[in-house]
Design a protein around this ligand. Sequence first.
Ligand SMILES: [Zn+2]
Length: 252
Amino acid sequence: MKKIKNIAVVLSTAISITLLGVSTSAYTWPTESTRITQYYSDRHQAIDIGPITPGVAGDDVYSFADGNVYKYSYDQSAGYVCRVNNPMGSYYVGAKYNHLTNPDTLTDIIDDGPVDEGDKIGEMNTTGNDSTGVHLHFEIRENDTPYTIGTDWYAGTAVDPLNYFPDMTSASRSSGGIYYDYDPNATENNLVEAVTITHGGREFDVRWIANMSDAELEHYNITNDVIEEAIAAISGNEDYAGYYDKLCDMIA
Ligand SMILES: [Zn+2]
């Protein structure tokens, strides 16, 4: 099978290494975009990743590790779902990729067939009733037994997929009902409660606004008035000092 790697994350080594202060992951990030739109929490035991261009379907989705496709299926709420079992030595991982495009054209991806880390296993879309926009819902569940081919995809124990991507904990921020997030300045994964404001009938995480590109600011009609509202919402909040400065710079 053809191996397709995301150039930005061709950092795959046998182990996680730290070089010149840059931590790299042993695994392949599952899509080109690193815009995380929802983090892992008790209420959302997965991460969501937005597409390169908000609202536009079709970004490639890659298997984060070597494994075997357990099953491609259609689920009313999760849409087209690809489940992959990834052996990890003494344990194995069930990875789930939700809301994908109909996989009819992906003739290489067959139930029980092998996939290599970085292989394309689908395309990002917004299929299924649970999805409110184009994104990848990426879920990892750990099963505490070694993997043998033919083992079903068990539910296992959900873990934060970012555990497998130590270099991604300060990835760019986004929105869509985030309630908890990582503090990008922390050396550990400290959870910080999100502060949101409502604009145009939609809830925006203040950190997302602080990290928006010009195109995003325009797309969501984030005017200086809205930025001022965001600044007011986090004024005096120590967890948000960095974002406060960033937002002030945006309207300076
Ligand atoms: Zn999700």
